[in-house]
Design a protein around this ligand. Structure first.
Ligand code: C2E
Ligand code: MG
Ligand code: MG
Ligand code: MG
Length: 281
């Protein structure tokens, strides 16, 4: 048998492609169904101020609770949602849900927490600030309860347009943070023009602390740039006390990671907040 025959390769290739496309279509229609049938849910991971030890906020992270597959992580459906445009509906749902939850916690008398929502590049359109303002108004929510996390891929597009949208979000009093900082394409010359509040050190750098000298240098440099530009700096993916110590000594403001907590369903998050995290306040 001639495995190298061109026909055979083409046949294999088409077969792979069809399988890939079928998988894509299966996930896409499943996700549409999920949106309409309440199968999406938000988990919350706390953020702590290093200096005071206070819990200062939480990142809202979407999960798909599939009737057969169980809890599906975002890595398995967000990229596809971004590619198909479904991310716009997912994002609308996430913003709505996070604000609803913030309003519930606000009315329950919890101290102000900033709930951070991840926003994909395709959602970062001129209609976003208006939608955010409308959502805050409907829930009678103070804008200090909300934060948007954007990645550098958002900034690759029309930069003037992006800065215009950022300015409008900023004027609402909603905080902006630059997620996964250092992994994308943003140029330092633009960094000074972005009206952002926070730089978020990507987990890929945090992971190497303290053993990897390059990761330590990169994390230290991000902290230094952030401070000099008067931004807050948070490290994600903090798993060890050694990492926390390095970040503290380097002047990092906040931390988030498994050392403190994994992302939790709202009810468990609230329970830990009341039983543990608020007691240090
Ligand atoms: P991200 O925004 O960078 O979120 C941080 C990710 O790191 C989360 O993964 C979180 O669970 C994980 N993480 C936090 N601390 C640790 C740690 O100490 N160790 C380890 N190993 N992991 C840690 P998750 O929830 O799977 O989300 C993955 C990505 O999916 C997010 O990365 C974000 O880019 C995207 N995503 C999640 N929710 C949404 C959403 O509602 N909208 C959009 N557009 N993207 C979302
Ligand atoms: Mg994020
Ligand atoms: Mg991140
Ligand atoms: Mg990340």
């Amino acid at each position: 048998q001639d495995n190298e025959s061109p026909d055979r390769n083409v046949a294999f290739y088409c077969n792979d492609m069809n399988q890939g496309m079928q998988e894509r279509m299966r996930i896409e229609s499943g996700l549409r169904h999920a949106l309409g049938h309440g199968e999406l849910t938000l988990y919350y991971q706390p953020k702590f101020e290093i200096g005071s030890g206070h819990v200062v906020g939480a990142e809202a992270l979407v999960r798909w609770v599939h009737p057969e597959r169980g809890v599906v992580p975002p890595a398995e459906f967000i990229p596809l949602a971004e590619a198909t445009g479904l991310i716009v509906q997912v994002g609308e749902w996430v913003l709505e849900q996070a604000c609803a939850q913030a309003a519930v916690w606000n009315r329950a008398g919890l101290p102000p927490l900033r709930l951070a929502v991840n926003v994909s590049a395709r959602e970062f359109t001129p209609s976003l600030p208006g939608r955010v303002a409308d959502t805050l108004k409907r829930y009678r929510l103070d804008p200090s309860w909300l934060e948007l996390e954007i990645t550098e891929s958002t900034l690759m597009h029309d930069i003037e347009r992006v800065i215009g949208i950022m300015d409008r979000i900023n004027k609402l009093g909603v905080a902006l943070s630059l997620d996964d900082f250092g992994t994308g394409y943003s140029s330092l010359s633009y960094l000074k023009r972005f009206p952002i509040n926070t730089l978020k050190i990507d987990r890929s750098f945090t992971t190497g602390i303290p053993a990897d000298a390059s990761d330590c240098a990169i994390a230290g440099t991000i902290i230094s740039i952030g401070r000099q530009l008067r931004h807050r700096v948070i490290a994600e993916g903090v798993e060890t006390l050694e990492q926390l110590e390095f970040l503290r000594k380097s002047g990092c403001d906040e931390v988030q990671g498994y050392l403190y907590a994994k992302p939790l369903p709202a009810y468990e998050f609230e329970q830990s907040l009341r039983e543990n995290w608020l007691l240090t306040a």
